[in-house]
Design a protein around this ligand. Structure first.
Ligand SMILES: [Zn+2]
Length: 340
């Protein structure tokens, strides 16, 4: 499967969540999910197989947090190579003979630049160690996802060794289209492309409707990916529940295509049922070549004034407001069907 060539002429379905699905299926919340690639490989393998059966043609390894910094929370900081290679092997085996690409999931390190400096952590080396292991494990794609700031994404992109792998960069971005520190998403995409990304886009943070709102502000024409959450979680009886039903999610997927997305999957809260619905909903759609953008491009380039938040200064001041507004919009507003 030549993913880039396919994305020029058709819409490709990715997979859904791994972490929230594992928790939903009874894995304790304090377990290291990435370690399951070694201790319970069949559990991971069967999830890959379910997503492939549902219609996913890009599957992600169970390695979102498999970097030394995040693994150190479990005392596994010396198992980066082992876990990433095991995860790549499980995904490759599940994909074998099925015209499915394997994407090596790489998340942010989960610490600020300041904390890295204080702890003497070489962030580039952390990313390099994980990405090298994934590439040696045989992934087709380096899938950098859920990054909230451009600086860390640039470190990861620069740390990545030369290879034939396709590079995907996905940001977790508010519907306004700005990253932390006010960086416009369109500018971040341009920077990622300069540093070798072939596919850019957004994942997590937003439910499907908010993701459509975000894409409305982006130009068409790029190889654009969108992996929304299944709505906004509610904490109920000791666990997070994601409310968006597969049908609603799939209708929104058609709107995402109308806004330029060509690779569509799901993030937190999505399941094989969501991906099955998406794969069916987008099967007759083709990539759009142009569209009108809701917000004038120049307006997006005007620096946003960010006030200092009291406790977590890296967090945009408007985040809480958007999060609170989100669930009702995503739950109650019917998705318009758009044909392209
Ligand atoms: Zn997510």
């Amino acid at each position: 499967m030549n993913l880039l060539e396919e994305l020029d002429t058709r819409i490709v379905c990715g997979d859904g969540a791994m972490g929230t699905l594992l928790l939903d299926r009874g894995v304790p919340v304090d377990r290291c999910l990435e370690e399951l690639c070694v201790s319970e490989p069949t559990r991971i393998s069967s999830i890959h197989q379910e997503y492939i059966a549902a219609g996913a043609r890009v599957i992600e390894t169970n390695t979102f947090g498999a970097n030394a910094v995040r693994l150190s929370r479990f005392g596994f900081e010396n198992r980066v190579v082992e876990l990433n290679k095991a995860a790549a092997g499980i995904a490759r085996k599940a994909a074998r003979g099925k015209n499915v690409c394997v994407a090596g999931s790489v998340g942010p390190l989960g610490i600020s630049a300041h904390e890295a400096e204080e702890r003497g952590i070489d962030r580039a080396e952390c990313f390099r160690e994980q990405v090298v292991a994934l590439i040696e494990g045989g992934v087709d794609i380096v899938f950098l996802e859920t990054f909230m700031n451009l600086e860390e994404m640039e470190i990861a992109l620069r740390a990545k060794p030369e290879s034939d792998c396709i590079v995907v960069t996905l940001f977790a971005c508010e519907p306004e289209g700005r990253l932390q520190a006010g960086v416009p998403l369109v500018d971040a995409f341009a920077r990622c492309r300069e540093l070798g990304a072939a596919i850019v886009g957004a994942n997590c943070l937003n439910g499907p409707h908010a993701m459509v709102q975000l894409l409305e502000k982006l130009p068409a024409g790029d190889r654009l990916a969108a992996y929304p959450n299944a709505g906004y979680p509610r904490y109920t009886e000791g666990r997070y529940v994601y409310p968006t039903a597969p049908d609603y999610f799939a209708n929104a997927a058609r709107e995402l295509v109308a806004q330029g997305a060509r690779l569509i999957g799901g993030c937190c809260g999505t399941t094989p049922a969501h991906i099955d619905a998406v794969a069916n909903a987008i099967s007759d759609l083709r990539p759009i070549r142009s569209k009108s953008i809701r917000m004038v491009a120049e307006a997006l380039r005007t620096p946003l004034r960010i006030e200092r938040a009291p406790a977590d200064s890296a967090r945009p001041v408007n985040q809480t407001r958007i999060r609170e507004r989100g669930p009702s919009r995503d739950q109650n507003r019917p998705a318009r069907r758009q044909n392209v």
